[in-house]
Structures are given as C-alpha cells and as structure tokens.
Design a binder for this molecule. Structure first.
Ligand code: GDP
Length: 195
C-alpha cells in the first residue's frame, strides 16, 4: 500500500472539488505543528510529500494523496493556527464540517495529539465535530521521543480520559515517533486493515 507509491493528487478548497468517491479514504487532523506532515511523509516513505501546516498556500486546503490500489490519504488543514483572518477560518471550518459529515467513503479520522501536550481545547472542538459527524476517530500520539518514559503514563492517561467522553472515539491510541520511526508500521497496518 505504502511502498513508495503515494502521490499528491490535489488540494481541495470546496466540496465540489473533492475527487469522485471511487475508493475508501482515511483522513489526518491535528493542530498546526503537531507533526502531521512529518507523519504522513514517514507513513508513505516520501520526504517532502506532505508539507507543514505553516507552509503558505497549502494551508487551508484538504490535500488528497493516492496510494497504489489503496485508500486516499487525506490531509486536513492544521487547526489552531491563529494568524488566519476570520472569514478564511470560517470558510474552512464550513468545508471541514461538510467534508466530515458528507463524505461516505471516509473510513476513519486519525487525530494527531502531541505527546508533550495531550488533548487541548482546540482538539476538543474537532473531536466534538467528529462525534456529530459520526466519523470514528483514532488518536495518534506524535513526538513520543520527546517525552521521557516516566512521563508518558500521565499524558496517556489524560488522553484516554479525554477521548472516553467521545462516542466516536476508537479506544486504542497509536503511539508514534516519526523521528525514530516508532509506531509507523503499526499505523500502516491499521490503515491497510480498514480498507
Ligand atoms: P505539521 O504542522 O503538523 O505538519 O507539523 P510538522 O510535521 O511540520 O512538524 C512540526 C515540527 O515538529 C517540525 O520541526 C518537525 O521536525 C517536528 N517533528 C515532527 N514529528 C516529530 C517527531 O516524531 N519527533 C520529534 N522530535 N520532532 C518531530
């Protein structure tokens, strides 16, 4: 599925720009700087494929990637990025809402949470939106290498507690470090099993 065959398909700015729902898809969401592009690049084995949320241009787009005979990988805009003007924020919030509630082929949302920070208020907003849209989400902890073993238990407890309140949550967390390559094969097999 991910053997170097992933390609950027298109950036989508409105619902009518979505590719035809001709295969299943999974999406990735997370605060700006959570490590989303690094994770997608690690997952696909292609450095530079997904670009950071603070790269001008691709910021507010839903980016589609194709895998060989596999699902679309969908990179949602990073949220919690304060610099965007309000009308822009409102426009993409509407797009996000329409996408999550209207995309029949969406199998799961992976919500990335920085292992140093746990679930924050801005994350809660998207978790609630996923509940309302009835999209199953699974939390992917990022940057595990930045947290000492002895501090992991506490943050993981906070995250488990936070997601336990969400009906759309898939209870198992995926622990990753894109830096070390930890958890990446597991995430690949989760995606492969879904589709
Ligand atoms: P995005 O805004 O969510 O796409 O975030 P990026 O993927 O651009 O990552 C933000 C910063 O975190 C960059 O400086 C990355 O090098 C760093 N980063 C991402 N993943 C990891 C990781 O697993 N470990 C460490 N130590 N740093 C990471």
């Amino acid at each position: 599925l991910f053997a170097g065959n992933t390609e950027f398909l298109k950036g989508v700015v409105a619902m009518d720009g979505l590719p035809p729902p001709d295969r299943l898809e999974v999406c990735f969401a997370g605060r700006s700087n959570v490590g989303k592009s690094t994770l997608i690049n690690a997952l696909t084995g292609r450095k530079g494929l997904a670009r950071a949320s603070n790269t001008p241009g691709r910021t507010q787009e839903i980016n589609y990637f194709t895998t060989l005979n596999g699902p679309y990988l969908v990179d949602l805009p990073g949220y919690g990025y304060a610099n965007a003007p309000l009308p822009v924020v409102e426009k993409w919030q509407r797009l996000l809402k329409n996408y999550l509630s209207g995309r029949q082929t969406l199998r799961r949302a992976f919500v990335l949470i920085d292992a140093r920070h746990g679930v924050k208020d801005v994350d809660e907003e998207i978790l609630k939106l996923l509940d309302r849209s009835a999209v199953t989400f699974q939390v992917v902890m990022t940057k595990l290498d930045k947290v000492k073993d002895k501090d992991r238990t506490k943050v993981l407890e906070q995250v488990r507690k936070a997601i336990s309140k969400h009906p759309a949550a898939y209870p198992e967390l995926v622990l990753t470090s894109s830096e070390k390559g930890e958890g990446i094969p597991i995430l690949r097999s989760i995606i492969a099993d879904l589709v």
